[in-house]
Design a protein around this ligand. Structure first.
Ligand code: SF4
Length: 245
């Protein structure tokens, strides 16, 4: 039976989800319920449209010249793409056979020992790993679930020597508490595969979607993160041994 992926949308010329120009596939479905989610419409497992690997591959192939000239490729994002790990594996397998760079943008909430995720990693050039919070209780408040699997997955990627870019959303008053950021820095220091750390400012762009979906948005009064907030977190994070300059 042909496996199909449930997909929210596509972006043809992505420039923020990995190196070079990226064709970005936003998968449908996510187990987290992040308070700051700017794509709450991707969280349901039931929306979106079904595509075969061949249909998605046909779309991707139009952009191969741009990938070649920019050092880009495809990024599968979401939602949470590992919810549909078999589909993403088949897609990556096809892309790698055609010499296309593959990246997955994930919250890491997956069982590291599962054969599904390990098969995917065989065809993955880069993981963009979102660590939502290093403190488990705060992680639960922020996302609804524990960070245990996420941190295990981070260590697993390090053991497998899969290149990783860590992504961390800076939310004033929620993710910028100094002891937490220091703890995050220490955790990252022990990983051997980190190529980059991206501090992403919390913003309000997706706020209207919460209203449209009649969801209970709790961050109306939280200000967006500005340069100062990012700099503050950067300084704390890099006050230990971390260095990516
Ligand atoms: S992991 Fe991403 S898609 Fe899922 S709820 Fe959080 S921000 Fe939204």
């Amino acid at each position: 039976m042909t496996i199909k992926g449930r997909i929210h949308s596509f972006e043809s010329f992505g420039t923020v989800d990995g190196p070079g120009i990226r064709f970005v596939i936003f998968m449908q479905g996510c187990p987290f319920r992040c308070l700051y989610c700017h794509n709450p419409d991707t969280r349901s497992n039931e929306c979106g449209n079904l595509y075969s690997v061949e249909e998605v591959s046909d779309k991707i192939n139009r952009y191969v010249p741009y990938f070649k000239s920019s050092g880009g490729g495809i990024t599968v994002s979401g939602g949470e793409p590992l919810v549909q790990v078999e589909f993403v594996t088949e897609l990556f397998k096809k892309c790698k056979a055609e010499g296309i760079h593959t990246a997955v943008d994930t919250n890491g909430f997956i069982d590291s020992n599962s054969s599904g995720v390990n098969a995917l990693l065989d065809y993955t050039d880069l993981v963009l790993l979102d660590i939502k919070h290093i403190d488990d209780e705060k992680h639960k408040s922020l996302t609804g679930l524990t960070n245990e699997k996420v941190l295990k997955f981070a260590k697993h990627l390090s053991e497998r020597k899969i290149p990783v870019w860590i992504r961390y959303v800076v939310v004033p008053g929620l993710t910028d508490f100094e002891p937490d950021v220091k703890k995050l820095g220490k955790f990252i220091e022990d990983l051997s595969n980190i190529e980059n750390i991206e501090l992403l400012p919390f913003h309000k762009i997706g706020e209207y979607k919460w209203k449209e979906l009649k969801l209970d948005y709790k961050l109306y009064d939280t200000p967006p993160a500005d340069e100062k907030d990012i700099e503050k977190v950067r300084k704390i994070l890099f006050s230990g041994k971390l260095n990516f300059d």
